[in-house]
Design a protein. Sequence first.
Length: 301
Amino acid sequence: MSPSALRRPLLVRTRDDLQRELSVLRGTGGALALVPTMGSLHEGHLSLMDRARDLADLSVASVFVNPLQFGPGEDLERYPRRLERDFELAAQRGIDLVFAPDPEIMYPDGPPQVRVEPGLLGERLCGRFRPGHFQGVLAVVVKLFGLVRPDVAVFGRKDFQQTVLIRRAVHDLELGVEIEVAPLVRASDGLAMSSRNVHLTPPERREAVGIFRGLIAGQEAFRKGERSGPSIVESFSAVVSGYPAVRLQYAEIVDPETLEPEEEVSEASVLAVAAHCGDVRLIDNIVLGAEEPDPRISHSR
Ligand code: PAF
């Protein structure tokens, strides 16, 4: 019988409690999966938890709104926080342990002095608009790996650039954690699930779907034989321009590992985008050659 079937999942908020419960869990044996999150869980996160349980015998989720990855003027203060609900949802998904530290517990000596430098990968795409963001992400992810010592960690594909950086950090620093990237989960109209979607007003929420429709237009252009990166981006932008509430920050087609912009694209190329809708920043991406769209979704306005 799996440990999850034997015990009620636990919520721990301190390092000592985390270590105590981890050693109890580890005593039951088996591989351990970690799902790092910033909470306010949605179907996307829950699918990461399902994946974690498929991959490992023991599962830990973290819920921590990491101040280091928010720049000045970004939405740290208003980032949604719903710990009780998150814990219930994680428990329903069979997670064994939820670690939800306060910032003073995560960073007892203040922000860490020694950081992982994301390098060029962190300067591309979102990195151009969010200086320091990926350094903050890597700081907390490496710390969580050190605290939890998972065999595998599961991240969502929506944060495409983040997953590329985390894989690269694990490779470059020999962190010894397997990184699993789970598929992006979309609402029934195609909008990528994000904790920030709760801040969209109803009209903004209706318009936000333009991002997905633009991505589908880009993918369709590729399917019809277009191989020029800029032309595919144009197909994307033409659709998005029909949704005035969506203000594009960038749309680029990049190599899936180096994140270098591509003039000439291939099946593996990724069309990655960021846009503001009202004051909510949304990101999304699509692999040009991948099976993506839900056939129930209408692509026209
Ligand atoms: O993807 C997120 O929610 C965050 O960037 C992560 C990986 C939990 C680090 O804070």
